[in-house]
Design a protein around this ligand. Structure first.
Ligand code: DQA
Length: 147
């Protein structure tokens, strides 16, 4: 099983911005932790981050057209709350996409409680820090093995 992990806008500053919310680990450290965990669980990983909405859309299209992975974890950052372009891209592809957030988006500002992506995602995990990505991998693995 191969999983593409996509991080969107501002996630490149993780470990440096709002550390009380997003923690002290950098995105590089988080990705290394996810890759190591996934490897133990027999899951291959690929990572990509962009602050540009269109580049994330391109990456979703590419994964679909090249059949380059079995599932995608997407932490779209603030795009989650208003990007119909990302929503349409997720709906367009036949690869399961799991929406992931480091923080508990339901325990924060009102605008974060709404995701325009959730409806077209296979599932959503939030509030567990790096554990949100790990839990999403476990959920996908369970789903793949228990049809
Ligand atoms: C986030 C939550 C979003 O609301 C926010 O805009 C982010 C990060 C998270 O991982 O908790 O940038 O996606």
């Amino acid at each position: 099983m191969k999983v593409l992990i996509l991080n969107g806008v501002n996630l490149n500053l993780t470990g440096k911005r709002e550390r009380s919310v997003y923690g002290v680990k950098t995105l590089e450290e988080i990705n290394a932790e996810i890759a190591a965990y996934a490897k133990i669980r027999g899951v291959d990983t690929e990572f990509y981050q962009s602050n540009l909405e269109g580049e994330l859309v391109n990456k979703l299209h590419e994964a679909f057209l090249n059949k380059s992975c079995d599932a995608i974890l997407l932490n779209a950052g603030a795009f989650t709350h208003y990007s119909y372009a990302l929503r349409d891209a997720i709906a367009a592809i036949d690869i399961p996409v799991v929406e992931v957030h480091i923080s508990n988006v339901h325990a924060r500002e009102e605008f974060r409680k709404n995701s325009v992506l959730s409806e077209v995602c296979a599932g959503t995990v939030f509030g567990f820090g790096v554990g949100s990505y790990i839990a999403a991998i476990e959920g996908l693995k369970y789903r793949a093995e228990n049809k």
